[in-house]
Design a protein around this ligand. Structure first.
Ligand SMILES: CC(C)(COP(=O)(O)OP(=O)(O)OC[C@H]1O[C@@H](n2cnc3c(N)ncnc32)[C@H](O)[C@@H]1OP(=O)(O)O)[C@@H](O)C(=O)NCCC(=O)NCCS
Length: 216
């Protein structure tokens, strides 16, 4: 009972990604008190009420008795900004690990991280605050994943890969062992990274090559 009272989480975000993260939060022993979203509405089938907007998340959290927040937004920059808003409201970030994820006990996880169903995070990897390990991604040994980075659905990282802060490794992409993806870079869906990726750049294709930067 006491433990549950200390693990009451307000979810920031109310879309499809939030639905997935809520299940992982429940797997991680949190009670989900509700969500907030940018406009106070939520996706169909959300298993909890939308209690307000993210503009007044502090007040909503206080009235709902939340002890933590979890930012369930896929966009890296938006997730970072909302995480700062949670910190300003005095809400520590919860960490959501699906019971279907496979994680080495030697992994270091920052606060606010999502590790979703089928994700594998192998020995001696370190994951920064607010990073997403999306469904069925694979992160091998000795990887470092930066703050507010996103390893997308089905992406695969070989051993010793470094993913910088706010970088996106897109759906189904592969990063060969020991390569680095610079901060804020985007690896397009299906790309195979064979060389280090310059910070802030976007790469696509097999092998991955630079393209003009577009929206995520
Ligand atoms: C790479 C990416 C960022 C480019 O986005 P964009 O700038 O909006 O690009 P556009 O859709 O305008 O496409 C521009 C060109 O690049 C090509 N292209 C886009 N994405 C590509 C990819 N992943 N691989 C190869 N080519 C790609 C398009 O076919 C198009 O080619 P054309 O000019 O010959 O028609 C995006 O397509 C992508 O792969 N995002 C990853 C999304 C993701 O994984 N999110 C996480 C969800 S869990």
């Amino acid at each position: 009972m006491g433990a549950e009272l200390d693990r009451r989480v307000l979810v920031v975000g109310a879309g499809g990604h939030a639905r997935v993260c809520i299940e992982a939060l429940l797997d991680s022993g949190y009670e989900v008190v509700g969500c907030v979203s940018s406009d106070g509405t939520g996706a169909p089938g959300l298993p909890c009420p939308v209690l307000g907007t993210d503009h007044d998340l502090g007040e909503v959290a206080a009235s709902a008795g939340a002890t933590h927040a979890f930012v369930a937004i896929g966009d890296n920059a938006v997730r970072e900004a909302l995480s700062a808003r949670c910190a300003a409201a005095g809400l520590p970030l919860a960490t959501a690990v699906s019971r279907f994820a496979m994680m080495s006990p030697s992994v270091l996880l920052g606060a606010g991280v999502a590790v979703l169903a089928g994700a594998v995070v192998n020995a001696a990897s370190a994951v920064g605050v607010g990073a997403i390990h999306n469904t069925r991604c694979s992160v091998d040994h000795d990887c470092t994943i930066g703050q507010f980075a996103h390893v997308a659905v089905g992406a695969s990282l070989g051993g010793g890969v470094a993913v910088g802060d706010r970088a996106l490794v897109g759906i189904g992409a592969c990063v060969l062992p020991s390569k680095a993806v610079g901060g804020g870079a985007v690896v397009g869906g299906g790309a195979v990274v064979v060389d280090d990726v310059v910070a802030g750049s976007t790469v696509v294709g097999v092998p991955a090559r630079a393209m003009a930067r577009g929206p995520r």
